[in-house]
Structures are given as structure tokens and as C-alpha cells.
Write a protein that binds this ligand. Structure first.
Ligand SMILES: NC(=O)c1ccc[n+]([C@@H]2O[C@H](COP(=O)([O-])OP(=O)(O)OC[C@H]3O[C@@H](n4cnc5c(N)ncnc54)[C@H](O)[C@@H]3O)[C@@H](O)[C@H]2O)c1
Length: 420
């Protein structure tokens, strides 16, 4: 249903969406505490926010929190295949315009980003930097309104840092991804669990005994490898960074070049933020029946044009599973059109990890407003105090207490005089 400022698939899905948003909120105690404070203090009063995020139940809870803080929020999708249409419908009922339809084509995807920009944001929230780059390249007349913004994911932070380096970044942004309470949990445990969930829902395969090739041993790769191993798979890691490769070896995985792994793997999962990681040469030597999935931000990690060129036929055999029959007679199965499989075929990260990621988002947006005009057009880290505060709140929501340093220990840890 399209109106001037929202565009969703079906407004009647709102009832189901609201129930799911409520369900996720139960697992978001830190966001809940922030929402309670925001509702009293209204730190974002009257601030226009354009948020380009995966439209999931957790995102809805962030948007509702920002609204409770007084903000005027509009939402658009950060990926064509990650939108939960019931959530988009519920957002509209909550008076938060949503511009997101699952499976939208590229033209609609950018139309939705442009509608979010028509809101003339003072703050931007992005996941992958498509909104920020569109604002800088095609809608630069709107930049003078902007106080600042936040970026949710590794790939977005990489893009913003290269904009900063090229002198093209025009307003301050905080790299939410780089907070410890984000990447150590969201990227590792969130992507780990939900990627396995996405592949399972798409294929219903048994993981035990499978050879799973994880391309990229960053934080997402750590999580995926760990969870696949836990389910009984033999995990092979491929890397280009020697330290990470060494870490994978000592974590108990086999490490080898992808060309070697290509011939033995049953399931391949990319999570590098890089392009053409699985390329033509790898596809040519894969076993009959090999499954290919991606959990990195963009659908460029598996060279899909190369796969298309090697195939003489293609058919959809299950939702999210495309079977490619190659000229050599083998079948390869591409999941979710190479888009992040945890959001395409499953529901994305569990709410409990998004609780911390989105607590970072809410507190960083508040920080931006408080420090309006004082920050330079560069990529900032999440202030350490925010990171620590979120960890403390999460621990306390789990009923876990920790020790604190005694005055003697504090002094010892900041001095150099004492030795053996
Ligand atoms: N699916 C999700 O929900 C989700 C969540 C968080 C992040 N992400 C995305 O996942 C991707 C990875 O994120 P991360 O935080 O793990 O990044 P990271 O930077 O920690 O790790 C990426 C790793 O990939 C390696 N790499 C790069 N090119 C490679 C190649 N050709 N072959 C093998 N390894 C290669 C790098 O050396 C690095 O170790 C990014 O695109 C990020 O935006 C997705």
C-alpha cells in the first residue's frame, strides 16, 4: 500500500506484526530501560530521523524507542530481501512510516531510500551505508540539515571510512558496529545462530557430518564456524589474513585455500564483506549437490553472474533454493539469491543480541544530539562509556553481578613501581 510517505505490502498484516514486535521486546531489556528514560526525558524531541535498517521486529522496537524519545522517525529497508512485511505494516499503524516490501526490485529499493530522505533527516541511521551514499551523491542539497548519523554494520563502516579518507564525508557518523557490545555479540552469536537457522529453514539439511566451508574468519565467521561445529559439522575456514587464519587453526578448524576446499565442501557460507570470494574457478570444481549461501552484507560475495554463465538451466526447487545445473552435469544450490541468508530465509538475529546493538544506536543518536555542532565530519567510535553502560545493563538484566576493583588493585593496575 503506497501513500505519500509510506509503502508497504499489506496493511492487514499489522496485527501479526504487532504481536511479533511485542514478543521480541521481551528479550530487549536494555532497549526497554532506554525507552522508559526516553519517554520521560524526550532527548530527541522534534528531531527528524531517517532509518535505513533491516525491517525486523527488533528494528521496530528501536524505531518505537526513538519515537518515545520525541523523534519523528521514518524507516526504509536496508536490503531488498530482509523486510518482514508484517512488521512494516505494524510500523505504519504505530505512526512510523515504513518504506519496505520484501522482494522489492532495485528501483523500488532506491525509491524507498529516497522517500526516507524526503523526510529531510537531521539524523541518519544506516545499515550498509546505502542511505548515506545516496544522500551524499544524489540528494546533497539535504546535507546541511544533518547533525549526524550512525552505521550498523562492518561493510557500512568500511564504506564510510573510505568516504572520510577521500574527503567526501560531510557530517559526523558513529560506527555502532565497532562497539564491543555490538560486534562481539551481534556479529558473532547473532550471525552465527541466525545463519545456521537460515540455511536450515531453506534446506532442512542435517549439519552433522557435513563439510562446511566458512569463507572469512571475522566476527561473523567465528560465530558461524562455532555453531556449525557444535552441530557436528567438519568446518573448513578460508581466509586472506594470516592472523585470522592462524586463529582459525588454533580454534580447531582446517584452514586451506578456497580452491582446495571447493572440491570437498558440502556447504559454503561467505561472510567476508568482499566480492567474488566464491568465483568461477571454485564453482567449476564443486561437488554435485553443493549448497552456497552468503551472510555478508551485499549479494556480491558469490559470483552469481559466473554461476549463471556456467549453468545451462536453473529452477527454484524450494523457497530460497535455486538449483543450477552446470554444463558438467553437476547441480549447485544457491540460497536466498546470494543475499544475507539469515534475514532472507530466517528472521535475522535474535532479539537478545539486537538489544545491545540497538541500545548502542539509541544512545549514540542521543549523544549526537547532545554534541550537535561539536563533532567533525568523520567516523567516530562509540564512546567507551556507552559501550560499558550497555554491558552493565545487559548483565544486570540477566541477574549477573561482577566484581569490582579494590582501591589497592586500582592503584596497582595504574602504577609501574611494583615488580617481583
Ligand atoms: N548477516 C548479518 O546479519 C550480518 C551481521 C553483521 C555483519 N554482517 C556483514 O558480514 C560481513 C562480515 O562482517 P564481519 O564483522 O565478520 O567482518 P570482519 O571484517 O570481522 O571479517 C571479514 C573477514 O573476511 C576476510 N576476507 C576478506 N576477503 C576474503 C576472501 N576473499 N577470502 C577469505 N576471507 C576473506 C577478512 O580477512 C576478514 O577476516 C560484512 O559484510 C558485514 O557487514 C552481516
Amino acid at each position: 500500500m503506497a501513500t505519500k510517505n509510506h509503502d508497504i505490502k499489506d496493511p492487514t498484516l499489522a496485527v501479526a506484526g504487532k504481536l511479533r514486535i511485542e514478543w521480541a521486546y521481551r528479550e530487549m531489556p536494555v532497549v526497554k530501560l532506554i525507552r522508559q528514560r526516553f519517554s520521560i526525558e524526550k532527548p530527541l524531541k522534534g528531531v527528524r530521523i531517517s532509518a535505513c535498517l533491516h525491517v525486523t521486529t527488533e528494528t521496530a522496537n528501536l524505531a518505537l524507542t526513538l519515537k518515545e524519545g520525541g523523534a519523528d522517525v521514518i524507516v526504509c529497508a536496508s536490503n531488498p530481501l530482509s523486510t518482514q512485511d508484517d512488521v512494516a505494516a505494524a510500523l505504519v499503524e504505530y505512526d512510523i512510516p515504513a518504506n519496505a516490501i520484501r522482494g522489492e526490485d532495485e528501483e523500488t529499493y532506491y525509491k524507498h531510500i529516497n522517500t526516507a530522505l524526503d523526510h529531510e533527516p537531521q539524523l541518519t541511521v544506516d545499515d550498509g551505508a546505502d542511505l548515506v551514499t545516496t544522500l551524499h551523491t544524489k540528494r546533497s542539497d539535504l546535507i546541511s540539515n544533518v547533525i549526524g548519523g550512525t552505521e550498523e554494520t562492518t561493510t557500512g563502516v568500511i564504506r564510510l571510512r573510505s568516504m572520510e579518507k577521500a574527503g567526501k564525508l560531510k557530517y559526523p557518523l558513529i560506527a555502532v558496529n565497532d562497539a564491543q557490545t555490538k560486534y562481539l555479540f551481534d556479529n558473532r552469536y547473532g550471525t552465527g545462530q541466525s545463519t545456521i537457522d537460515g540455511v536450515t529453514r531453506a534446506t532442512n539439511i542435517l549439519w552433522a557430518g557435513k563439510k562446511v566451508v566458512v569463507c572469512g574468519y571475522g566476527w561473523c565467521g567465528h560465530g558461524i564456524a562455532l555453531r556449525a561445529k557444535g552441530l557436528g559439522s567438519q568446518v573448513i575456514v578460508t581466509e586472506v589474513e594470516p592472523v585470522r587464519a592462524l586463529e582459525a587453526v588454533m580454534d580447531g578448524y582446517q584452514v586451506m585455500p578456497l580452491l582446495e576446499a571447493a572440491g570437498v565442501g558440502d556447504i559454503f557460507i561467505t561472510t567476508t564483506g568482499d566480492k567474488n570470494v566464491i568465483d568461477k574457478a571454485h564453482l567449476q570444481v564443486m561437488k554435485d549437490g553443493a549448497i552456497l549461501a552468503n551472510s555478508g552484507h551485499f549479494n556480491v560475495e558469490i559470483n552469481i553472474p559466473a554461476l549463471e554463465s556456467l549453468a545451462h538451466s536453473k529452477r527454484r526447487v524450494r523457497p530460497f533454493v535455486d538449483e543450477y545445473t552446470l554444463s558438467n552435469g553437476r547441480h549447485l544450490y544457491l540460497l536466498g539469491e546470494g543475499r544475507l541468508i539469515n534475514l532472507a530465509a530466517a528472521e535475522g538475529h535474535p532479539a537478545s543480541v539486537m538489544d545491545m546493538s540497538f541500545a548502542n544506536q539509541a544512545l549514540c543518536l542521543e549523544y549526537m544530539v547532545k554534541n550537535s555542532g561539536m563533532l567533525k565530519p568523520k567516523v567516530y567510535s562509540v564512546p567507551e562509556e556507552i559501550d560499558k553502560q550497555i554491558a552493565r545493563l545487559k548483565l544486570s538484566s540477566m541477574g549477573i553481578d561482577i566484581d569490582s576493583l579494590s582501591p589497592e588493585q586500582k592503584e596497582y593496575l595504574t602504577s609501574w613501581e611494583e615488580g617481583t
